[in-house]
Design a protein around this ligand. Structure first.
Ligand SMILES: Cc1cc2nc3c(=O)[nH]c(=O)nc-3n(C[C@H](O)[C@H](O)[C@H](O)COP(=O)(O)OP(=O)(O)OC[C@H]3O[C@@H](n4cnc5c(N)ncnc54)[C@H](O)[C@@H]3O)c2cc1C
Length: 324
């Protein structure tokens, strides 16, 4: 059996999810007695490929082309499908990142493969991969066995571990696809990277504000706490719809799915659509003046209080504790 893991990089740097997918795929490959190959697509990527050795990769296929500097749905899908066919891989792993969510379903359609999306746990039972994934906006967890000949799994970022071990040598093979203009029918022409705080999908800590913050002018309290903790700023949809914060900070069913180690929800009620996007956070802290707010049902730690009374001293104490 052959397993292919897709390692996402952007601008010559691996995303953390690349290591999570590689290490998870290696664990599954070992349990199944399968061979693992990791696929990396992009431009100027040679230098980073050996990094995958620390996460269990021993063979990497690199598809490199100047036209692949930015992600291209159609070109990436073509290359990946070609590599799967050439390698005769029957199990594929992708991150459930923005890129993976766009790419994996296309590969599934191209190869008539069944897919389990946004998995939060994987195990092997009687030689079969069993994936657990949230359904009904996180209200239930479903165990899924994919029965098609080619099986695809996308892994929720930040849920699976990626711990660098002693690096083993990595064999690197080049793959060249005959790309034409039609393979770039949709083209990214420029990427503007937001400066400052990390993106909510990649942050280990998120401080998130809801309608209880009362107005955009009070989000400086959220920003200060996020900066002390080195975290990202998130928001509920009510806040985004009111135009208080930019859209890319929205957490939830119609926003981003996040799984940080620590999620601090400030003045957020805990509507099911918000919880759908953050319930897999490791530790959830809720600050809300209503002791019956639904967010407390999923919080590990709850502070019943007014955000305007709680946030300033909390930030000050953390500053002292962290020596900042
Ligand atoms: C199809 C659909 C998709 C949706 N997608 C999303 C989504 O992706 N993300 C999302 O977040 N929502 C989403 N929603 C909206 C969701 O249903 C809620 O309306 C929204 O999450 C509420 O945001 P909130 O918690 O900030 O506001 P509210 O529900 O108004 O809650 C504000 C909270 O702040 C508390 N509060 C008020 N003042 C203070 C204070 N001074 N100190 C402390 N606490 C205070 C209140 O007790 C209350 O609990 C979606 C809805 C639909 C129908």
């Amino acid at each position: 059996m052959k397993i292919l893991a897709f390692a996402e990089q952007r601008e010559g740097k691996f995303k953390k999810s690349a290591f999570e997918v590689t290490q998870t795929a290696k664990g599954i490959a070992d349990k199944l007695g399968a061979e693992l190959t990791v696929l990396v697509i992009g431009n100027n990527i040679e230098g980073i490929l050996p990094e995958l050795g620390a996460y269990g990769a021993s063979r990497v296929i690199a598809a490199q082309d100047a036209r692949l500097q930015f992600y291209s749905t159609t070109a990436y899908a073509k290359i990946t499908a070609e590599v799967v066919q050439k390698e005769q891989a029957s199990v594929l792993f992708f991150p459930a990142s923005q890129m993976g969510k766009d790419l994996a379903p296309r590969i599934a359609a191209k190869l008539s493969a069944g897919m389990a999306a946004d998995c939060t746990t994987l195990k092997v039972e009687a030689g079969e991969i069993i994936a657990t994934r949230p359904v009904y906006a996180g209200k239930a967890m479903l165990d899924v066995k994919v029965v098609s000949p080619i099986k695809i799994f996308t892994l929720r970022p930040n849920v699976f571990t990626a711990i660098a071990k002693d690096s083993s040598p990595v064999t690197i093979e080049k793959f060249t696809s005959q790309l034409t203009d039609t393979d770039f029918s949709a083209k990214v022409t420029a990427v503007k990277v937001a400066e400052g705080r990390p993106d909510v999908t990649e942050a280990g800590i998120i401080v998130s504000g809801g309608r209880g913050m009362k107005g955009p002018e009070h989000f400086n309290l959220i920003e200060k706490l996020a900066d002390v903790l080195g975290g990202a700023v998130g928001a509920s949809r009510a806040v985004i719809d009111a135009g208080w914060r930019p859209h890319d900070e929205q957490v939830g069913q119609t926003g981003k799915t996040v799984s940080p180690t620590l999620y601090i929800a400030c003045g957020i009620s805990g509507a099911i659509q918000h919880i759908a996007g953050m319930s897999s956070s490791k530790y959830i802290v809720a600050i809300n003046k209503d002791k019956d707010a639904p967010i407390f049902q999923i919080a590990d730690y709850g502070i019943v209080g007014d955000v305007f009374d709680v946030l300033p001293p909390l930030t000050e104490e953390l500053k002292k504790a962290l020596g900042k």
